[in-house]
Every structure is written in structure tokens, then in C-alpha cells.
Ligand binder design. Structure first.
Ligand code: NDP
Length: 456
């Protein structure tokens, strides 16, 4: 390959170590991106070596290089009249099978490494949904916490003023992620509509009044519970009667908790960045209704739940030490490490399903696999959110709205189908390796599209 990275980028010598050395050299100081690529490359490179057409075309090298990365300044004015400056990003990773699609994250930790890991993961996740969606991710280091409603509105408008040049209903359709919920999507959609003079489905996760889809709010969490149910069904078991530990208390965690409860499981924990609650009696529908209001309307803290219901609150800790049958990490990346994984295994946990993106470290996943624990990776288990976003795009294009019943049936069907695809490629000497299955199944569709387009 005649470029400066000839050696490291060579597709003739496709060993995992050689490939990763090249990737790290080209993308220094991006540990989360390295971690996400390693997890995929570990299972996909042996598959590529068995299928030389992908090797000759340099597909994995191309897939790990985003189509483009847009970085921009966002300037806004706070309530005291001070000028504030943040950095905005959109990583358009791969549009081989559809318009770029993936969320926007507003959090002070946001940087290029995190957005590239998320955009890369999105390639495989979106492919697994069976819907025509490419992959992207974006956001800003803006921290919505502690900001007034009007400050958030001014930030969102300033952010969209620049982002609007780069997105469109057939180009790139962002959605929410950490720190970006219905309120932020509404502010950004309003600004896009004003700037572009058109009403189109350029964002998903919109409110119902202006093109949103029923079941989108619940989709990621519900989908994660459905995926766990499907993995357990495959192993002749179910969620019914199981004690479940869930982390996070945002969009994904709350609705994962709801569906687990509906499927007969008992959720005993939830967490936020300050600590976790341990409610031995289980977080039932009434308590969950309190939590949804606390988190989405009052933007309160979990410690308030502990005070209201008199349960344990563990400040500054994560919930993995609580004995459970099933675990659902639903907060953020790398929130469950090797030591946590060992504790879960020692306590008899049977299965883990990732609601968040890459919440388990590579070492933690190794512990689960060595213990033959059932492990569902996020790119499969949390794909329900983007799947219903895809259905929101379809409804917008058709200018109609499906019922909640129809959407939930479609979501459930998609999660079952994702499980089937993973199972097709994941079987390994009697152990179902869902990481391998998801990576290979997600890879094939995108890789075949890239091959068909020729060299680009
Ligand atoms: P929210 O912003 O609604 O909630 C995030 C939750 O995680 C909050 O409880 C937050 O606590 C906690 N959290 C965030 N950062 C940290 C941290 N560094 N340490 C501990 N806890 C933290 O986000 P979502 O629920 O939408 O997203 C959660 C995860 O799911 C992310 O990994 C996201 O990428 C992934 N995901 C989301 C999808 C969606 O549809 N929303 C789709 C697919 C994946 P606090 O309030 O204290 O910050």
C-alpha cells in the first residue's frame, strides 16, 4: 500500500499484533478507540484470514478509518452574560449501508477517542439491526449538569448552527446519548428546522408532536432486557424469578429495569456517578415511576430515592458486589473491571448483558468468558435504541406513525433476529461466544457493501 503507513497498514501481514500496532501508531492517545477496535479485530481477523477477499481489499483497515471527522467551536452565552466556548464533534464513520446514524453525547469527558470508539462500535451495531443505517457519533465536552434550561437551549442552538452543515435526513441522522435527551433533541431539531427551512427527520428521539416515535424512549433498555431473555432462552432459562443488578439511572437503565420487572425479574440496584442504591425488596413499577420523574423531570439524584424508600445507599461505589443472578451494566464505558467481574462470577452471576457501550473492560470480558458465563456485548444487546431510531426514520419518510404495540413487536423481533445472527457465528466448542458472533455478523454486511463499491 503506497502510503506512509505501508508496514503497519499492510494487508499482506494481517496478524492481530501487527494490525493493532499500526492502528495505535496512526491514532495515538486514543485508548478507548484502541480497546473497541481490539475487541472486534480479535474475532474478525481470523475470519478475514479464512476469507481472503476481505484481506485483499483492505476492508478492516478501511473500516477503522472514519470517512471523516468534523471538529468545531461552539460559542454560547451563559446566564451571567459570560462567553463560553466548547468543542463540538461529529465522526462520520461509515455510510456503506445507509446514512450515518448514531447519537450525540454531551459530557465533560467527551473527546475524539471516546467518539471514535462509539462510532466504530456503531458500524457493527447498526449492521446487526438489519436496517439500512451507517454509523456515526458526535457530541461535545459541554456539561449540561447545573446549567439552566435557557443555557442548555443556547448551547444546543449554537451546537446545531455548525452541525447543520454536515447532517441531513439522507446524509447523517444523529440521536441522543449521555446528556442528550428529549429536551436537547427538541432544541436542536428546532434550530435545524429554522436554519434549513425544512421539516425533515434529521434527528431521532424527537417528541411525538413533531415526528418522534412511540417506544423510542424505552427502546434501548427494553431491547437489552429482550436480548438477555433471548440469550437465556437459548440456554433453556429465563429472566423470571432472577435477582438483577443494574447500573446507571438514565434512559437505558430505567427502561431496562422496567422490562426486567415485566418479565418477572427483581431489580435490586441502580447507580449514578455519585453511588448506588440497594433495594433488597426490588424496584417495582411504583418505585420506578418515582425514579423516572426524579431523573427525567426533576433531574435529581439517586440518594433521594434511598431517603424516600429507606433503602441502602452506597456513596462513591459501584453495584457489582451485590450478589445477583443477572447483571446489566447500563451507565458508561469501562464501569465494570476485572476485579468486579471476578466478584460477579464468585457470587454466582449467570449472565451479563451490556446496556451501555463498552461498560466491561477487555479483562472483565475475559473473566466472563473463562468462567463460561453468558455475555451479551453492547453492540448486540443495546441495539434496540438505534433500531427504533431506524423505525422513526421510516415513519418520518412515510409520514405516518405506528402504534406502540406494533413498534414493540418490531423491536422484539429485531432483538430476536440479532440474537440469531450472533448465534450463527458465535458457537465455540459448546460455549456461545456472543462477542465473536456479533462482530462477525456485523462485519459481513458492511464488508460486502464495501467490496461491491470497489476501491474508495
Ligand atoms: P443518560 O445520560 O440518560 O444516563 C447515563 C447514566 O450513567 C446516568 O445515571 C449517569 O449518572 C451515569 N453515568 C454517566 N457517566 C458516568 C460515569 N463516568 N460514572 C458513573 N456513572 C456515570 O445516558 P443513557 O442512559 O442514554 O446512556 C447510557 C449508556 O448507554 C451510554 O454508554 C450510552 O452510550 C449507551 N447507549 C444509549 C442509547 C440510548 O438510546 N440512549 C443507545 C445505545 C447505547 P449521572 O446522572 O450521575 O451522570
Amino acid at each position: 500500500m503506497p502510503n506512509d503507513n505501508h508496514d503497519e497498514n499492510s494487508y499482506n501481514n494481517l496478524s492481530l499484533d501487527h494490525f493493532m500496532a499500526g492502528l495505535k501508531k496512526r491514532n495515538p492517545d486514543e485508548p478507548e478507540f484502541h480497546q473497541a477496535v481490539y475487541e472486534v479485530a480479535e474475532s474478525v481477523i481470523p475470519f478475514i484470514l479464512e476469507n481472503p477477499k476481505y484481506q485483499k481489499a483492505g476492508i478492516i483497515q478501511r473500516m477503522t478509518e472514519p470517512d471523516r471527522t468534523i471538529i468545531f467551536r461552539v460559542v454560547w452565552e451563559d446566564d451571567e452574560g459570560h462567553i463560553r466556548i466548547n468543542r463540538g464533534y461529529r465522526v462520520q464513520f461509515n455510510n456503506s449501508i445507509g446514512p450515518y446514524k448514531g447519537g450525540l453525547r454531551f459530557h465533560p469527558s467527551v473527546n475524539l477517542s471516546i467518539l471514535k470508539f462509539l462510532g466504530f462500535e456503531q458500524t457493527f451495531k447498526n449492521s446487526l439491526t438489519t436496517l439500512p443505517m451507517g454509523a456515526g457519533k458526535g457530541g461535545s465536552d459541554f456539561n449540561p449538569k447545573g446549567k439552566s434550561e435557557r443555557e442548555i437551549m443556547r448551547f444546543c442552538q449554537a451546537f446545531m448552527t455548525e452541525l447543520s452543515y454536515h447532517i441531513g435526513p439522507n446524509t447523517d441522522v444523529p440521536a441522543g446519548d449521555i446528556g442528550v435527551g428529549a429536551r436537547e433533541i427538541s432544541f436542536m431539531f428546532g434550530q435545524y428546522k429554522r436554519l434549513q427551512h425544512e421539516f425533515t427527520g434529521v434527528l431521532t428521539g424527537k417528541a411525538l408532536a413533531f415526528g418522534g416515535s412511540l417506544v423510542r424512549t424505552e427502546a434501548t433498555g427494553y431491547g437489552n432486557a429482550y436480548f438477555m431473555e433471548e440469550m437465556l432462552r437459548h440456554h433453556s432459562d429465563s429472566i423470571n424469578g432472577k435477582v438483577c443488578v443494574v447500573s446507571g439511572s438514565g434512559n437505558v437503565a430505567l427502561y431496562c429495569c422496567q422490562k426486567i420487572t415485566q418479565l418477572g425479574g427483581k431489580v435490586v440496584t441502580l447507580s449514578d456517578s455519585s453511588g448506588f442504591i440497594y433495594d433488597k425488596n426490588g424496584i417495582d413499577e411504583d418505585k420506578l415511576a418515582y425514579l423516572i420523574k426524579l431523573k427525567t423531570v426533576q433531574h435529581g439524584r439517586l440518594s433521594e430515592y434511598a431517603a424516600a424508600y429507606g433503602c441502602e445507599y452506597h456513596e462513591g461505589e459501584r453495584p457489582w458486589g451485590i450478589p445477583c443472578d443477572l447483571a446489566f451494566p447500563c451507565a458508561t464505558q469501562n464501569e465494570l473491571d476485572e476485579a468486579d467481574a471476578k466478584v460477579l462470577v464468585a457470587n454466582g452471576c449467570k449472565a451479563v448483558s451490556e446496556g451501555a457501550n463498552m461498560p466491561c473492560s477487555a479483562q472483565a470480558i475475559r473473566v466472563f468468558q473463562q468462567a463460561q458465563l453468558i455475555f451479551g456485548p453492547g453492540k448486540a444487546a443495546n441495539a434496540g435504541g438505534v433500531a427504533v431510531s431506524g423505525l422513526e426514520m421510516t415513519q418520518n419518510s412515510m409520514r405516518l406513525a405506528w402504534s406502540a404495540k406494533e413498534l414493540e413487536q418490531r423491536l422484539q423481533g429485531i432483538m430476536v433476529d440479532i440474537h440469531k445472527q450472533c448465534a450463527t457465528y458465535g458457537e465455540e466448542d459448546g460455549y456461545m461466544n456472543y462477542v465473536k458472533g456479533a462482530n462477525i455478523a456485523g462485519f459481513i454486511k458492511v464488508a460486502d457493501a464495501m467490496l461491491a463499491y470497489g476501491v474508495m
